[in-house]
Design a protein around this ligand. Structure first.
Ligand code: HEC
Ligand SMILES: [Cu+2]
Length: 296
C-alpha cells in the first residue's frame, strides 16, 4: 500500500512538473511575441478556445487520470473481504501518550510495540481512550485517525521483515512528539512464536517491600499478568522485551529503567504516572530488578 501511495505521489509530481513547464513556455512565448491586434470576433474565438481547452478539458482529463491512479490505491487500504488466509486483526488504542496494542484472536496485550507477520494483510483497528490521535507508520503506508468512541480500520501489509517507526500524527497534547511506536515485521514462524510466548503469561509479584509498593502504588494503573490488572497505563507483562520506555523517550535497559522510575516526570512531563519520590531508593531498585524480569 505504501508503494501505491508513493506511486500516486510521483504521478502527481510528474504531471505538475509537466504543467509548470508548459505554462512557463507559453508565458515566455507570450512575452517575446510582437503585440497583435484582433477583431472582436477573433478575440472571442481565442477566448473560447482557452476556456474550453484550459478550463474544461484539461482539468477534466487531469482529474480522471488522478482518479484512475487514486481510487485503486484508496481501495487497497480498505478492509475489504479477501479470499484465502484472513487478515490478522490487531487493535491499537491511543492514550496520552502511549499505545495500547491488542491481539484479539489470542488475547495478547502489549504496549508501545506493534509486532506483525510479514507478507500477511493486517487489519489495524484503531480507536482512542481520550483525545484524537493518529496511527501512522510511514514505511507501511496509510495513516488513520484514532477517534474516541469510534473504531476505524486500516489494512496494512509488510512486504519485508524489519523495524519501522510509527509516530502519532495528530497533535494530542504536550507529549505528542513522544508518542513513538516500535513496529517490527517478523517471519510468520517467529511471529507465531512471539504470540505463543505471551498467550499464557503469568508472573510472580516481587517479594518484600517492593511487592507491597507495587500492589499499593502501581497495580491500580498497570497490568502485569498474574499480578495486577490495572487498565489505565501500559501493560507491563512483557516490559523487558520492549526496546524503549515511555513510548520512545528512553532506551529500555537497566539504567534507563532506574531513571524512568525515579525521574519519569522530567523525562516525560505531564504524564498520568504520579511522582513517587517518597518510595525509598532501595525499594525502587528492587522494583526495577523485578520489572527487568517481566518477559515471556
Ligand atoms: C495513575 C496511574 C499510574 C500509576 C499509579 C503508576 N503508573 Fe507507571 N505509567 C503510567 C502511565 C500513564 C504510563 C505511560 C506514560 C507515557 O509513556 O506516556 C506509565 C509508564 C510506566 C512505565 C513505562 C512503560 C512503557 O512501556 O513505556 C513503567 C516501567 C512504569 N510506568 C512503572 C510504574 C511503577 C513501578 C509504578 C509504581 C511505583 C507505576 N508505574 C505507577 C501510569 C501510572
Ligand atoms: Cu499525538
Amino acid at each position: 500500500m505504501a508503494r501505491d501511495v508513493a506511486n500516486v505521489w510521483w504521478a502527481m509530481f510528474g504531471f505538475s512538473v509537466l504543467v509548470l513547464l508548459v505554462v512557463s513556455a507559453l508565458w515566455i512565448y507570450a512575452m517575446l511575441r510582437r503585440p497583435q491586434t484582433y477583431s472582436a470576433e477573433q478575440a472571442l474565438r481565442i477566448n473560447r478556445r482557452w476556456i474550453i481547452g484550459g478550463g474544461l478539458i484539461l482539468p477534466t482529463v487531469s482529474i480522471i487520470a488522478l482518479l484512475a491512479f487514486g481510487i485503486p490505491t484508496g481501495r487497497s487500504m480498505l478492509p475489504l473481504p479477501v479470499e484465502g488466509e484472513q487478515p490478522l486483526r490487531i487493535q491499537v488504542v491511543g492514550h496520552q501518550w502511549w499505545w495500547e496494542v491488542r491481539y484479539p484472536d489470542s488475547g495478547v496485550v502489549t504496549a508501545n510495540q506493534f509486532i506483525l507477520p510479514v507478507d500477511r494483510p493486517v487489519d489495524v483497528e484503531v480507536t482512542s481512550a481520550d483525545v484524537i490521535h493518529s496511527f501512522w507508520v510511514p514505511r507501511l503506508g496509510g495513516k488513520l485517525d484514532m477517534v474516541p468512541g469510534r473504531t476505524n480500520t486500516l489494512r496494512l501489509q509488510a512486504s519485508q521483515t524489519g523495524v519501522f517507526r510509527g509516530q502519532c500524527s495528530e497533535f494530542c497534547g504536550s507529549q505528542h512528539a513522544h508518542m513513538i511506536l516500535h513496529v517490527e515485521a517478523l517471519e510468520p514462524d517467529a511471529f507465531a512464536g512471539w504470540v505463543e510466548a505471551r498467550r499464557e503469561l503469568a508472573h510472580q509479584p516481587p517479594s518484600g517491600d517492593a511487592g507491597r509498593v507495587f500492589d499499593e502504588r502501581c497495580g491500580q494503573c498497570h497490568r502485569v499478568a498474574g499480578v495486577s490488572d490495572g487498565d489505565r497505563a501500559p501493560d507491563l507483562s512483557d516490559l523487558a522485551t520492549r526496546p524503549t520506555l515511555g513510548a520512545g523517550v528512553i532506551a529500555n535497559d537497566s539504567e534507563g529503567l532506574r531513571r524512568w522510575l525515579s525521574d519519569h516526570q522530567s523525562l516525560k512531563h505531564g504524564i498520568a504516572m504520579p511522582r513517587h519520590d517518597d518510595i525509598p531508593e532501595e525499594t525502587l531498585g528492587q522494583l526495577a530488578d523485578w520489572l527487568e524480569t517481566l518477559a515471556p
